[in-house]
Design a protein around this ligand. Sequence first.
Ligand code: GDP
Length: 140
Amino acid sequence: MASERTFSIIKPDATKRNLTGAINQKIEAAGLRIIGQKRIRMSQTQAEGFYGVHKERPFFKSLVSFMTSGPVIVQVLQGDNAVLKYREVMGATDPAKANAGTIRKEFAESIEANSVHGSDSAENAKIEIEFFFKPEEIVD
Ligand code: GDP
């Protein structure tokens, strides 16, 4: 598998508990390189747009409120099979179902406050990266 890129967010529950470094350590230990990274406060419009696919779900309002509740770290990760590899490093959406050693098993507080986001396909990764990054902010 050739090198690919994925998009990551370290969510407000994790930045609040000073877990940025611990999460980055797991990302880098898995062989993924952080080639873009910035700390931002997501606006309501950004959060609603980013999670637009979930707008009919019962948890949508709560999710938008959570994602705008504190700073997040948006990241571009690069490496072999980066999309799938990062999904493995993250673990299942519900931390109770996540495998041992994954970010969500070790750090997540709940199914919503689950510490990280990672793209679910290369196509979505491209869209999500373009949503948050200018080309010159990514340096590989
Ligand atoms: P992911 O790809 O593993 O992040 O999961 P999804 O795309 O299904 O959901 C997006 C995000 O919505 C998750 O990471 C959670 O933060 C949140 N979420 C998912 N399912 C639930 C749920 O049942 N309840 C609540 N409150 N939030 C959820």
